[in-house]
Design a protein around this ligand. Structure first.
Ligand code: GAR
Length: 276
């Protein structure tokens, strides 16, 4: 690892237990990752990952989206936000309410929550924003804020081999479908649901009669490796982003060790299983 390059500053967004956050914190503390977690933010107050952040001495914040969405913060709504909501309405893919005035009211509240989240994240001046079990979609307004300054700054880890099984139930959907291999994906966040350019993926076997918890725990071990490796590739400037003729973006990893790293992931996933 080159020592004269600055560590990447990471903001991590969570909604729950935060084991991915913990894996990143542990690798940073052990000097295995050229990064520093500068801020952790959750969209709900009971996210256990907040405790993990506090224990690690990382500033942690709650932006309680459900309070915003319930109207508890309506006094903070400004005319500018209402204009913004109007302009975003046709592009946003989060709110499906068919009644337009109701949808716009909800969108304004969502933007209020996002503005608070942006403020919290910026307090850490991060280079990258890593969604790690953050169970919300973000609006084009949120993305424009971060991608405007530096493209490809917002990343997500997803517990399935995208484009299969987007959404909140990656492991459940993989198992319910009867897949024999599962996968995990790190991708750049775009305006869709788990549709952004893929950085890297890893796969693991699913053995006969395994239950959800066995599959999830094998997948999570891979998630920790994959996310850390992607952060390392970004630090090392080994991720190239290209645009195809049809306009779709995709990434290429320039690392001579790439095949070895992939093989290590598969070997580890195979040997962690009781398949024989
Ligand atoms: C992880 O499996 C992550 O991939 C998934 O939530 C879990 C969070 O676990 N994310 C999604 O499903 C996003 N659509 P953690 O809080 O223990 O890191």
């Amino acid at each position: 690892m080159a020592s004269n390059r600055k560590n990447l500053r990471l903001a991590i967004l969570i909604s729950g237990g935060g084991t991915n956050l913990q894996a990143i914190l542990d690798r940073c503390a052990a000097g295995l990752l050229p990064a520093k977690v500068v801020v952790v933010a959750a969209d709900r107050p009971d996210a256990y990952g907040l405790t993990r952040a506090r224990r690690a001495g990382v500033p942690s914040h709650v932006v309680d989206y459900s309070r915003y969405l319930s109207g508890a913060m309506d006094s903070r709504i400004s005319p500018e936000l209402e204009v913004l909501a109007e302009s975003l309405d046709s592009r946003q893919r989060i709110l499906r309410e068919s009644d337009r005035p109701k949808r716009l009211r909800r969108l304004v509240r969502l933007l209020l929550a996002e503005n608070e989240m942006i403020r919290v994240i910026e307090s850490g001046q991060p280079d990258y924003l890593c969604l790690a079990g953050f169970m919300r979609l973000v609006t084009p307004h949120f993305l424009a804020h971060f991608h405007g300054a530096r493209p490809w700054r917002v990343l997500n880890i997803h517990p399935a081999l995208l484009p299969a099984f987007p959404g909140r139930r990656g492991y459940e959907d993989t198992i319910d479908y009867g897949c024999k291999w599962g996968g995990v994906t790190v991708h750049v966040v775009d305006e869709g649901e788990d549709t952004g350019p893929i950085l890297a993926q890893a796969v693991y076997p699913i053995w006969p009669d395994e239950d959800l918890e066995a599959v999830r725990s094998r997948g999570l071990e891979l998630e920790y490796e994959l996310y850390s490796q992607c952060i390392r590739w970004l630090w090392d400037e080994r991720v190239e982003v290209r645009r195809r003729e049809d306009g779709r973006w995709f990434t290429v990893i320039h690392d001579p060790s790439y095949p070895r790293i992939l093989k290590e992931w598969v070997d580890r996933a195979m040997s962690s299983a009781s398949g024989s």
